[in-house]
Design a protein around this ligand. Structure first.
Ligand code: GZL
Length: 315
């Protein structure tokens, strides 16, 4: 009886409810979109890690549109979340909204992709080294053609224009290629990191009559898988007539390697959720995090080991 009266007094005085207010950390996360298998795995990792860490996640899918991401970040600021994290679809155009988050006293953590803004505007960046991924792709490709070939013609399918992975994977690839003058990128088109985009870009290149094509370098597996469909429709044997390397190492890439249609893929780990939640918890506790957290070492997987390794893959 006395408890009920106490509760009633409390409710009248402070409007407090029967339930304690939600004490969980609130994280606002703006995701690029759902453009690739890598992205789906990344989203799943973030959602499951938030649940495991008992962090309340406000999740927004920007459908690969920067305006949508900026609007989502502003909404998180209005909702006074504890931390904002996002994977920026492109590298530029974030100064204003990052300044607004800082003025609101809300720390920001970047995941997956970098921005060109002043690092003082965000607490830290957790992601892979895309330049090294590009170097790894080129180091593998130059081993695939012996000295008897005077010139090796490469087609490149780039990711989203202006995105850090597209810019840096190209930079790393070309840095190594510069040491091998027989190797030339004869065409470079954007496939926007999607399977449909990769197919359309390869269709256009094949229709233009660009020949010979000895190799394909795709900035992600989804574009490579789309290009494989296009090559087959044109009567070419992907993986045989055209040596193909891509990046991400998603399950579908292992299946394509087992089928002999893809020759190699460079791993880019999407399972960033646990590391992100650790960083969120540290930031909320007022402890600094490293400005740059590089996702651990990533491997190059080739067709000859794809069959035995596919069962070990987590995404
Ligand atoms: C890389 C990530 C890229 C993937 C693509 O960290 O930003 O975006 O390589 C995805 O599959 O679309």
């Amino acid at each position: 009886m006395r408890f009920t009266i106490l509760l009633l007094i409390c409710a009248l005085m402070t409007g407090c409810s029967r339930h304690e207010p939600d004490q969980r950390i609130v994280l606002g996360f703006s995701q690029v979109g759902a453009e690739s298998a890598w992205r789906q795995a990344n989203t799943e990792s973030i959602k499951s890690a938030a649940a495991t860490s008992n962090i309340k996640l406000l999740f927004s899918d920007a459908e690969q549109n920067q305006e949508n991401q900026i609007a989502a970040i502003r909404d998180f600021i209005r909702q006074r979340v504890d931390v904002i994290a996002f994977s920026p679809v492109v590298a530029t155009g974030w100064d204003e909204v990052l300044t607004e988050a800082r003025a609101a006293g809300i720390p920001v953590i970047l995941t997956d992709r970098a921005v060109t803004s002043d690092p003082a505007l965000y607490a830290g960046f957790l992601g892979s080294d895309f330049v090294e991924e590009g170097r790894k792709a080129a180091r593998w490709l130059v081993t695939q053609f012996d000295d008897s070939m005077a010139a090796v013609h490469i087609v490149e399918l780039r990711g989203t224009p202006g995105s850090a992975p597209a810019t840096d994977r190209k930079r790393g690839f070309e840095e190594i290629l510069a040491q091998h003058p027989r190797f030339h990128i004869v065409r470079s088109e954007s496939g926007d990191f999607s399977r449909e985009g990769g197919k359309a870009a390869m269709d256009s290149i094949l229709k233009s009559g660009e020949r010979p094509i000895h190799a394909l370098y795709a900035h992600n597996d989804d574009m490579a898988l789309g290009a494989i469909e296009s090559l087959e429709r044109a009567g070419l044997k992907p993986g045989v007539d055209v040596r193909i390397i891509s990046i991400d190492a998603v399950r579908a890439a292992f299946e394509a390697m087992i089928a002999g249609k893809l020759n190699a893929t460079v791993e880019c780990n999407p399972l960033l959720g646990p590391q992100l939640m650790t960083s969120v918890t540290e930031v909320v506790a007022g402890r600094p995090i490293a400005k740059r957290i590089v996702v651990d070492e990533e491997a190059v997987f080739t067709a000859d080991t794809a069959r035995q390794l596919i069962q070990t893959r987590k995404y």
